[in-house]
Design a protein around this ligand. Structure first.
Ligand code: GLA
Length: 666
């Protein structure tokens, strides 16, 4: 449970060790002024807590925990294991990871640990356990935050050893490994376990299944680190304090479906680019994916109050945009909206990254907006936390498929899983249709429509799942380069799995015709991008749209067999949106609000209808029938509501008794 007291969590990463203690009192004063009710402490405090091996300095953290408690601010306490102190690498060089060229990744930044190093794990466990013992029963403690954005790769000897153990468990024997990796190709057969290595720098294209397994292994090895720390903190606070670890948004390195199943609270960091006109869509996509992983409410652990510092050019957020994206996260299921970081640093690599309190101080425009958000959020408390965001459409995504499809040596390096996913999500977002994300083996029965932007790798279980979903009346819309390989990245005969071809009404896939970046392909009514396909339809399939001109003239571009659709190209954005909206309408999916002005998003969460204006101009929205009250302003509206530029409304039915604290806890 993220908010046991029904309040939306609001606060951020607090790194007071970067400041003299005199500043802490001012921090608390400003936190109170901003309505902060949660801070994340200790994320990068290892060197401060353990200045030399085995030493402990908890005094400063004791004082901070007490200070927070005294002022009614809860603490999300982090284990500091994402950034080992320099002494660990100096004394134990084997804890330092190596890149694929064999180069050591040194201390001097952060995350310089080998997930497979037993020495690293021993030191990480020791500091974690001491923290858990010391603070596990502190009244300020609200949540455990394990490590930070697990993301390291290691190709060194420690990883090689652990990779072999992992592979032995997966395959049992070398014959099975050779078979799965297809090592008959290019004389890659391994004859003993010592010949099995991480996919280090090589002369030419590497073995794809070795690469895929190395991704799987890395995700699992990092998860072992997480689980070890999670189990330690749980041992000292059993069933009381929830545990999380914050994901990077749509990060390739972790199978976040598997990870999320091991968390009490699923949390993510989201940093849309303020310059991106589709930043709101990106934010929605990250939220929808995280909500899918959580199976309900989730936590926005980090966002930026203003500019970040990791893009080439780092833009501030215009007035109102940060507030809009914060409420958007809540609309999409977040029960907590936090920031990196509380006070902007004066030194270090992130001194130009904004904070809730920026270099401009409390007079700064950013802090003023933070204060406004902090004032407004309590109006949603009691009504919103714990409730579900409604969606009739599931978008399928799987990391294993991403890992397999994202390698060199394939038909087109321009086809990137994450881009295709984003294009489809965008199309549905622009069609004003809320979506969930789901794993291809999840039970899909609750959804009227399932969208598969691209699942190059599909297991037999996933294929059976899709078939039975459609047989039970579901609508499936499937994108190109799907169902191509099995779980070992072995091609399924016929250019696409036979079950899927039958489902979609495809007789034969003859050739793929990928497009150059600047090229499009003409189809009746729209233009396709990225990919096209030479295929013949089954007799009982309906050709929805054909290619026009060129080599594929007259061949099906979009076809369907009953409620199963296939798109053999990526239609340009408006056309994709229209196609998906058409299929959804046929499947009985209705948007939350019938008519919405461009740029306005509507999302239903529990009893609340959120209206979010992503446009730079005010917009008038015609409301569904009945009278509504805006929880944020208290104003009552009947026919329509005006949203200012980047404006937000959180409407509940007025006069029916709902929405006044009657939360729908599901
Ligand atoms: C990540 C990290 C933070 C900080 C921010 C900056 O999300 O978790 O420590 O580096 O990025 O955007």
């Amino acid at each position: 449970m993220i908010t046991p007291d029904g309040r939306i969590l609001f606060g951020g990463d607090y790194n007071p060790e970067q400041w003299p203690e005199e500043v802490w009192a001012d921090d608390v004063r400003l936190m109170k002024a901003a309505g902060v009710n949660s801070v994340t402490l200790g994320v990068f405090s290892w060197a401060k807590l353990e200045p030399r091996p085995g030493a402990r300095d908890f005094g400063w953290l004791d004082r901070l925990m007490d200070l927070m408690h005294e002022h009614g601010i809860g603490v999300v306490l982090a284990t500091p294991t994402a950034s080992p102190p320099p002494w660990l690498g100096r004394l134990h060089p084997e804890t330092l990871p190596r890149d694929e060229h064999g180069q050591i990744v040194w201390w001097g930044a952060r995350q310089q640990f080998s997930h497979s190093s037993l020495v690293y794990r021993r030191y990480a466990a020791a500091i974690t356990e001491d923290l858990a013992v010391r603070y596990g029963h502190h009244p300020a403690l609200r949540m455990w935050h394990i490590n930070n954005e697990y993301c390291t790769f290691d190709y060194g000897d420690e990883a090689a050893r652990a990779f072999r153990v992992w592979l032995r468990e997966r395959y049992g024997c070398l014959d099975a490994l050779n078979e799965a990796w297809g090592t008959a190709f290019w004389s890659q057969r391994v004859d003993c376990w010592d010949e099995v290595i991480p996919p280090r720098r090589a002369q030419y294209l590497k073995n794809p299944t070795q690469l895929l397994d190395f991704r799987r292994f890395t995700s699992d090895a990092l998860m072992e680190c997480y689980l070890a720390e999670r189990d330690l903190v749980r041992r000292h606070t059993p069933g009381v304090i929830p545990v999380t670890t914050n994901f990077m948004p749509l990060w390739i390195g972790q199978d976040a479906w598997a990870w999320s199943a091991q968390e009490d609270v699923v949390s993510v960091d989201s940093y849309p680019d303020p310059r991106d006109p589709l930043g709101g869509q990106y934010n929605a996509m990250i939220a929808d994916l995280t909500r899918g992983q959580a199976g309900g409410p989730w936590l926005l652990m980090e966002q930026a109050a203003g500019p970040v510092n990791f893009r080439g050019v780092n833009h501030p957020k215009p007035p109102g945009l940060g507030r809009l994206w914060t409420f958007q996260a809540v609309a999409h299921g977040a029960d907590g909206v936090c920031y990196f970081q509380w006070r902007q640093s004066r030194q270090g690599a992130e001194k130009f990254h904004s904070g809730m309190v920026g270099h401009a101080g409390e007079e700064g425009r950013t802090f003023q907006e933070i204060k406004r958000i902090g004032r407004e959020l309590p109006a949603l408390g009691g009504t919103v936390p714990g409730t579900h965001t409604s969606a009739d459409i599931a978008v399928l995504h799987d990391w294993h498929s991403w890992w397999a499809s994202g390698q060199d040596g394939r038909p087109s390096s321009l086809v990137r899983h994450e881009d295709v996913l984003r294009s489809w999500h965008r199309a549905l977002w622009e069609a004003k249709l809320p979506v969930d994300f789901a794993h291809p083996e999840h039970d899909l029965a609750a959804y009227r429509m399932v969208a598969v932007p691209q699942l190059y790798l599909l297991t037999d279980a996933a294929l059976d799942n899709l078939v039975s979903y459609v047989r039970s009346g579901g609508t499936l819309v499937c994108g190109f380069f799907t169902g191509i390989v099995d779980g070992d990245d072995r091609i399924r005969p016929g250019g696409m799995d036979a079950r899927l071809r039958e489902l979609l009404g495809i007789r034969t896939v003859h050739e793929w015709w990928p497009l150059e970046a600047e090229d499009t392909v003409d189809c009746v009514r729209f233009r396709g991008t990225l990919w096209s396909e030479e295929l013949t339809a089954a007799e009982d399939a309906t050709v929805v749209t054909a290619y026009r001109g060129g080599e594929l003239d007259g061949l099906p571009a979009v076809l369907r067999r009953g409620s199963a659709w296939y798109l053999s190209t990526l239609p340009e954005p408006e056309a994709l949106s229209a196609l998906l909206a058409g299929a959804a309408a046929e499947a009985g999916v209705r948007p939350p609000v019938a008519e919405l002005p461009a740029g306005v998003e509507a999302v239903r969460r529990g009893t609340v209808l959120f209206l979010l204006n992503h446009g730079r101009r005010p917009a008038d929205v015609t409301l569904p029938t009945g009278t509504h009250r805006d929880l944020l302003t208290g104003e009552v509206a009947t026919d329509s509501v005006r949203l200012e530029r980047y404006g937000v409304a959180a409407l509940v039915p007025h006069g029916t008794g709902t929405g006044s604290g009657a939360a729908q806890h599901v």
